[in-house]
Design a protein around this ligand. Sequence first.
Ligand SMILES: Cc1cc2nc3c(=O)[nH]c(=O)nc-3n(C[C@H](O)[C@H](O)[C@H](O)COP(=O)(O)O)c2cc1C
Length: 359
Amino acid sequence: MTVPALFQPLTIRSVTFRNRIWLSPLCEYSAGRDGVPTDWHLVHLGSVAIGRAGLVMAEATGINDVARISPHDVGIWTDAQEAGWKRVTDFIHSQGVVAGIQLAHAGRKASTAPGWGADYEDSANAEQGGWETVGPSSLAFGNYNPPVALDIAGIDQTVADWAAAAQRALRAGFDVLEVHAAHGYLLHQFLSPIANDRTDDYGGSLENRARLLLRIIRAVREVAGDDVPLFLRVSATDWTPEGLQPEEVEHVAAWAHEAGADLIDTSTGGIQSGIPIPTGPGYQVTFATGIKRTAEVPVNAVGLITDPHQANEIVETGQADAVMLGREMMRDPHFALRASTALGYKLPYWPEQYERAQP
Ligand SMILES: Cc1cc2nc3c(=O)[nH]c(=O)nc-3n(C[C@H](O)[C@H](O)[C@H](O)COP(=O)(O)O)c2cc1C
């Protein structure tokens, strides 16, 4: 039987993904203020592992105590958080699935109301579990509190915190590390002229705006050694002439690849609210393909990929090396099982417990 492109394994460094259907990181706002993953994370991510995705990528996880998007996001800077994640990765591994974690710092978009369940909007105050945010500059995002611009010592500490978080992630059992530099969070804030008006070595030219990101990629690569795949999520465009342009992000991707990133997870947008984004099926795939061709680096596509045939075609035609699915995997954590059936492929690693459900 020919194996559809979507189900062909992919090896990056020492890790082999059994297929190219990957879970996109999804904030669940389901931790307490301590940032420790809960039963929700175990079951949410565990279901996708049962559903046989090639990679289960855990959500944006704060690298230090000012990095989380909301007071109900997960973190990876304490022993308790590390232990909580170990429970999750143990289960994912028991299903023969690769576990990844997105290491994140929300910068000026940190300390905000969680995506659901809050009785306030915008920034969280101290009573609501909030904190003073940091950013490249003191420019605020919308109605959020303005951040404190990081000084050089603060930048150095952020690099060190990212490396320490990577170390904890590996101890917690993660096989893949992803640096989050998309969606208007800290590293995207440094990259984009919309959020960065610094006049030192970290602002101005593209090289300067990319400096912090590249320092972090190098620091995480040093922790990861030669065996662990390192992904980088970027926003390939700010969707406005004032912002980051696709050609600039292609340069950044090439530099990041040289610095130790193995794959570019290509998303878009998020630097500012109110910028219209022309969404539609697979609307970000061309940006992934652009980075793949120009920066000569493996990529995954993400964004409104919802159909097995659509997903297979993206991989088969070489537009991307893998696809990530977010909302479709929330609707159906067993999407990979369903896709194998839709593509006429008898999945050899269908879960035994579910054997009687295999068509
Ligand atoms: C509830 C929700 C939470 C998300 N959390 C994250 C996140 O933690 N990190 C991230 O990079 N993107 C996050 N995203 C974006 C998704 O990973 C994905 O890129 C986006 O939803 C587009 O893919 P889709 O059309 O398959 O959902 C989130 C999206 C949703 C809907």
